[in-house]
Design a protein around this ligand. Structure first.
Ligand SMILES: [Zn+2]
Length: 170
């Protein structure tokens, strides 16, 4: 499984465009990102409505269903981390092993309709939290030493969604 673990450093995507999905952080000021998430929910619904949503195109990539379940959990994680940065000064995040989460929760066996509902609910909760942020410079520390602000974490999370929509051609 060639899914990148959380320990892999993707923070370069905050400095320059991603040549796989075309994401450029300069195009996405953090203040505008909550609406982009909301606009993306229907795209995930369409991925989940595909007849082959639970099929993997090849063994190195998740199915549309698995990517959708992952994005739902990204929304839960980023809500938690953003809230922590709002509540505490420079908190350290616990490590998140996304591959282990995928196995433990058995993404591949989940019900696509339910994943769609949970993705939209978790995503809206995250977007609503972003709408409350006034100080985008508050910091937090990932377990590998990468320091984020709420602003860069927000861009980082949006890249994850854009990149996975690219992965599933959604
Ligand atoms: Zn990308």
């Amino acid at each position: 499984m060639a899914i990148e673990p959380d320990t892999k450093d993707w923070t370069w995507v905050l400095q320059r465009a991603c040549n796989e999905c075309g994401f450029d952080p300069a195009d996405y000021p953090p203040q505008a990102i909550s609406q982009h998430h909301r606009d993306a929910f229907p795209r995930w619904q369409r991925v989940l409505e595909r007849a082959d949503a639970s099929e993997r195109a090849d063994e190195n990539a998740w199915s549309g269903l698995e990517y959708s379940a992952h994005v739902r959990d990204v929304y839960l994680l980023f809500t938690e981390r953003t809230q922590l940065m709002l509540d505490e000064d420079d908190p350290q995040f616990e490590n998140w092993d996304q591959d282990r989460t995928a196995e433990e929760k058995n993404y591949a066996a989940e019900d696509p309709r339910r994943v769609g509902e949970e993705l939209a609910t978790a995503g809206e909760r995250y977007a609503a939290l972003l709408d409350t942020v006034t100080d985008w410079d508050r910091t937090g520390l990932r377990s590998n030493g990468s320091r984020f602000t709420i602003g860069t974490l927000t861009q980082y999370g949006w890249h994850d969604v854009v990149h996975h929509l690219h992965d599933v051609r959604g």
